[in-house]
Design a protein around this ligand. Structure first.
Ligand SMILES: O=C(O)c1ccccc1NCC(=O)[C@H](O)[C@H](O)COP(=O)(O)O
Length: 269
């Protein structure tokens, strides 16, 4: 929150819960425990090369519920869902690990990591180095960093830690100012979230408004509100290399075909 007189946004509220959960986990698992676990892991996958395809890449999300929509899907077996995503040609899987508003967990991340060969994103509200170590300990190749949730010093430190642990930061922006901060940071993978984190409204046009602020070398991700193959094709034409899709896939009876349809509709630019 930027001032004590201002109302807490959904993002502020989520982060309060995240910090409380974090304190509990830190009391159970030391950093040394996480480091020992990391030593047993395979090296992280090279994400940027895999996402830079001639056509549209898809990051498919395991998402049970959300602040904006409430319950979306039960997802009793996240590994089985992730396998269906991989079969459809998904280039990476996003796993929401926040528990109060998204009903996710690190156990979901473990299950997905063990089930697929493609890169896995830890999607959470990262505000502390411990969460980055944890992401690697649980097999993540990518870590989401939300610019709106971090000041410049934290953003830079967390971004560097993700890189130092061999993973790829996905730096998420919502506004022109946040986009400039991501570019100044030297982020190579930048996600424009079409969901306004204050109102939770989705506006697919937001990607088109911000994309030109991102340097050409960065891989550009359009996040949120991509519901149909036409939506995927639209943001691809506007410059998205990647789409991050949750709701449309978890609600679809055949997510494997749904991913194929998005990639096919987008074609090559
Ligand atoms: O999904 C929400 O309601 C939400 C609210 C507040 C912060 C983050 C939120 N979602 C996280 C995401 O970024 C999405 O899960 C992701 O982009 C996929 O979006 P969608 O395809 O619209 O499910």
């Amino acid at each position: 929150m930027s001032g004590s007189h201002m109302e807490a946004t959904v993002l502020d509220q989520i982060i309060v819960g995240v910090r409380a959960d974090l304190a509990e986990r830190k009391a159970v698992h030391s950093l040394a425990d996480l480091e020992a676990r990391i030593a047993t892991r395979q090296a992280p996958l090279d994400v940027l090369t895999r996402l830079r395809t001639p056509g549209l890449s898809v990051i498919s999300e395991v998402k049970r519920s959300s602040p904006s929509k409430g319950a979306l899907a039960t997802i009793e077996d996240p590994a089985a869902l992730a396998t269906r995503y991989e079969l459809g040609g998904a280039h990476a899987i996003s796993v929401l690990t926040e528990k109060h508003r998204f009903n996710g967990s690190l156990a979901d991340l473990d299950a997905v990591r063990a089930a697929v060969q493609i890169p896995v994103l830890r999607k959470d509200f990262v505000v502390d180095d411990y969460q980055v170590w944890e992401a690697r300990a649980h097999g993540a190749d990518l870590v989401l960093l939300i610019v709106a949730a971090l000041d410049d010093a934290d953003l830079q430190r967390l971004h560097q830690l993700v890189l130092d642990l061999g993973m790829t930061p996905l730096v998420e922006v919502h506004t022109p100012d946040e986009t400039r901060r991501a570019v100044d940071l030297g982020a190579r993978l930048i996600g424009v979230n079409n969901r306004n984190l204050k109102t939770l409204d989705v506006d697919l046009a937001q990607f088109g408004r911000l994309v030109d602020l991102i340097d050409n070398d960065a891989v550009k991700v359009a996040e949120s509100g991509i519901l149909t193959p036409d939506d995927a094709a639209l943001v691809h034409r506007q410059g998205a290399d990647v789409v991050l899709v949750g709701e449309a896939l978890v609600r679809h009876g055949d997510p494997t075909s749904a991913i194929r349809a998005m990639v096919e509709a987008a074609g090559t630019r």
